[in-house]
Write a protein that binds this ligand. Structure first.
Ligand code: AMP
Length: 282
């Protein structure tokens, strides 16, 4: 595994690989790796001749009161893991390399940021779309891998790639969970052990919601109320949102007519946890 910190070297490497007609998989991450990232990397290594993973804690996607400064950056441990997972290149640019002082461009995807995390994290998805557009043009991968845990992000990236005709296939990968059901996340590090145990109830509540919604697909209100009550009962939890949306448009869904997403964000201690579950019509 080679570590590349410079954009120029990354581009040269990619151009060589493409000239040799080798397929490239890209797994963008912010580091502090866990098995969720591992599942994306494994998939890429399986699907492609070469795999690039990037580690970049993107300042553009953090709000002024969010955790950019304290976001964990265990680089040596991450590099060791990526080597074990058999990637070829670790792209690890500095913030200045990615966003020099005169950087002036923002990539913004309309509409898909109107629900879920969008209104709660103003500017977040513009930051994500901008960094991902840049990573895709620098690395020029054949395929790029993203997790369904950040489902809204995945949808926004799919749209970005479609709208700009970027020559890459976006691959969405299922959520990897801890044994108790909690979606794996770098931010789970902020939780104490009792908080982590309590956080398992987020997935239990979403699963119950799915059961109720499939029983009565045309009246989601009472099902949503039940799930909301469960979430609010988690000790120390503050529910930021619980929403039912169409899984393609991310617009609010009033019934389960096509694939639908039940998604929530819950604050627990100093962590903000997101999770979601698909509900398909019977
Ligand atoms: P992050 O480092 O949090 O920006 O995540 C990098 C990529 O890993 C994103 O595409 C995430 O959606 C994905 N990811 C994070 N956690 C999980 C998980 N528990 N299961 C599947 N994918 C995940």
């Amino acid at each position: 595994m080679r570590i590349i910190p410079s954009i120029r070297d990354m581009q040269t490497w990619s151009e060589n690989a493409r000239r040799r007609r080798l397929s490239i998989g890209l797994v963008p991450t912010m580091g502090c790796l866990h098995e969720g990232h591992g599942s994306l990397v494994l998939r890429s290594v399986r699907d492609n001749d070469l795999t690039v993973a990037s580690i970049f804690v993107n300042p553009l996607q953090f709000g002024p009161r969010e955790d950019f400064g304290r976001y964990p950056r265990p680089f040596k441990r991450d590099a060791r893991l990526l080597k074990q997972w058999r990637i070829d290149i670790l792209f690890h640019p500095s913030p200045k390399e990615m966003f020099p002082d005169d950087f002036a461009t923002t990539v913004s995807v309309k509409d898909l940021d109107k629900t879920l995390c969008g209104p709660r994290r103003p500017g977040h998805f513009n930051g994500v779309a901008t960094v991902v557009a840049k990573l895709l043009t620098v690395v020029q991968p054949t395929r790029a891998y993203f997790g369904q845990k950040d489902y809204q992000q995945l949808k926004i990236i799919e749209r970005l790639v479609k709208d700009l005709n970027l020559p890459v296939s976006v691959v969405g990968c299922p959520i990897v969970r801890e044994q108790g059901g909690l979606a794996r996340s770098s931010r789970n590090r902020y939780l104490t052990t009792p908080q982590k145990n309590n956080a398992n109830q987020i997935f239990t509540a979403l699963q119950e919601g799915r059961k109720l919604l499939r029983l009565r697909p045309y009246s989601p209100t009472s099902a949503l109320n039940t799930v909301m009550k469960r979430l609010k009962h988690i000790p120390g939890a503050r529910v930021e949102y619980l929403e039912l949306v169409n899984a393609e448009t991310l617009k609010p869904a009033r019934a389960i007519r096509s694939r639908t997403l039940l998604a929530c964000a819950v604050r627990l201690g100093s962590a903000r946890l997101i999770d979601n579950i698909f509900i398909d019509p019977r």
